[in-house]
Ligand binder design. Structure first.
Ligand code: SME
Length: 157
């Protein structure tokens, strides 16, 4: 049974270090993918308070909206489109300090100013992306990349 998340104050690194074992406890032993993705978005939203955090899943060669926390979002994104579709196409994490400077950025919320998109790669294929959006410019950095990549590694797809 899930217990309340322990919210950590401190540096970003300290926050992730407190969060990762809690995410592990939430998803370990639970085989349902959607349940696990949902709890990961809940934990990240609670800890960091970002505007939007969620997964898009690759289905029939499109990204389709999965579990998320935050305002309603676009449901489908094609390969190479927006930050999510580009992270999928390149199979690499993208950090966007200012979304207005990213050609083709897909605006789901006018409040979003910066974002990070982390692909989930299994057997050499991108199966999903994790997208986090912030109301602040330059919210995300290498620390987010390191820990969000570690978090998506924990998911059994
Ligand atoms: N900003 C994304 C679209 C998804 S939403 O922000 C939730 C993009 O350009 O890929």
């Amino acid at each position: 049974m899930a217990e309340d998340l322990l919210i950590q104050q401190g540096t970003k690194e300290e926050q992730y270090q407190s969060l990762i074992p809690q995410i592990n406890a939430l998803i370990e032993g639970e085989p349902d993918l959607i349940a696990n993705l949902a709890n990961i978005t809940g934990a990240l939203k609670e800890q960091f308070g970002w505007l939007w955090i969620g997964f898009y899943l690759v289905k029939n060669n499109e990204l389709v909206l999965g579990p998320f926390q935050g305002p309603v979002a676009c449901t489908r994104i094609r390969k190479g489109k927006g930050v999510c579709g580009t992270a999928w196409e390149k199979a690499q994490t993208l950090i966007v300090p200012d979304v207005e400077q990213f050609p083709g950025h897909i605006t789901c919320s006018s409040l979003s100013k910066s974002e990070i998109v982390v692909p989930v790669i299994r057997h050499g294929e991108v199966v999903a992306v994790l997208d986090a959006d912030s109301i602040n410019l330059e919210e995300f950095n290498e620390t987010d990349r390191q820990y969000l990549e570690a978090i998506v590694e924990m998911i059994v797809f």
